[in-house]
Unconditional design. Structure first.
Ligand code: ZN
Length: 327
């Protein structure tokens, strides 16, 4: 929706998000303090902060900040080094839960929107939303629970419904920025739509577009939604493979030839019927595109003086046939 990406420095990854992760869902927390989202982010980013405590997203009434890539874990669920929550869930912290009030209400609303956006992005449903309490016995997200967990899930669901409605109202685009389903593309942008850093091996490969939705494309093989602006089309999909254009061939009359007889296009191609002479020597050699080949060693060419004519050029040292004109 309006997720601001402000990742912690990579030097913090070994402490805050050491493992790679394929997220299975979202885990909701309350910060239990009154700090702003940016302060929460900056505290986690500090080089001297070596606590194994971390989160992916922090949200207050003004903004939602992504601090850790979604393909790395975070330490938030209190269920240990190999815990489901710690190793598989995107952690969302909602600010101002200590004192509550209007800014907490707004932060929660913003959180519902962001969570719904993630559900849609990952193709998840409301059951993919968990609370910290589901993974360990901590009463978190404390204020959200006090106010009603089911109420918060309903907020997310209605945001999700709204997102799905808008996407069904607009006919599904089958093309964006010249990219279609079936297009072969290369990832050139800096980031996935979901915020991950694009690894080098992804950039080095080409991918087939499986789906197009809005301004994003689902890539096969890595199964990830990527902004169309971060893609470069290698080949356009959904078109029959184009037959390679036959390359042009040229007849080159070498420069030692003073005269070269030409004939009517339709023949006969024998000396008594010649209609004129070309003078290769005068021009330092002459090259003509071959337009036809009506008989063995007979070629149709376009001349300036005689129009379209036939010429007899046996394969010997007086002429050559090449892909590019020599003269
Ligand atoms: Zn928590």
């Amino acid at each position: 929706m309006s997720l601001v990406k402000n990742l912690i420095p990579e030097s913090q990854y070994s402490t805050k998000c050491p493992y790679s992760m394929q997220p299975k869902g979202i885990c909701i927390h309350n910060t239990a303090n009154d700090a702003t989202a940016i302060n929460e982010r900056n505290y986690m980013a500090r080089a001297d902060n070596l606590n194994e405590v971390s989160f992916h997203i922090v949200i207050d009434d003004k903004e939602a900040i992504q601090c850790i890539p979604f393909n790395r874990n975070a330490w938030h669920a209190g269920d240990g080094g190999n815990g489901q929550g710690n190793r598989n869930y995107i952690a969302v912290e909602i600010c101002y839960s200590k004192s509550g009030g209007d800014r907490f209400i707004k932060a929660e609303q913003r959180a519902a929107k962001e969570v719904a956006t993630l559900l849609k992005q990952y193709g998840w449903i409301i059951n993919n939303v968990k609370k910290h309490q589901d993974f360990s016995n901590k009463y978190c997200p404390h204020r959200t629970l006090d106010m009603g967990w089911k109420r918060f899930l309903n907020m997310i669901q209605s945001e999700l419904n709204a997102l799905n409605e808008t996407s069904t109202q607009t006919p599904p685009a089958n093309s964006v920025g010249g990219i279609k389903v079936g297009s072969k593309v290369r990832v050139i942008g800096a980031n996935y739509a979901t915020g991950e850093v694009v690894p080098g091996w992804v950039k080095n490969n080409t991918y087939t577009v499986q789906q197009v939705n809005g301004n994003k494309c689902l890539l096969g093989d890595i199964v990830s939604w990527v902004y169309a602006k971060d893609l470069q089309v290698v080949s356009v999909g959904n078109t029959a493979p184009s037959t390679p254009k036959p390359s042009k061939r040229y007849l080159n009359l070498k420069s030692h030839m003073q005269r070269w007889a030409i004939y009517n296009e339709k023949g006969p191609y024998t000396t008594p019927y010649k209609i004129g002479d070309l003078k290769p020597a005068m021009f330092g050699g002459l090259s003509y595109e071959i337009l036809g080949n009506p008989a063995t060693d007979v070629y149709i060419i376009q001349t300036k003086d005689y129009g379209k004519v036939a010429i007899w050029a046996p394969r010997d040292n007086d002429s050559s046939i090449t892909n590019n004109p020599i003269y």
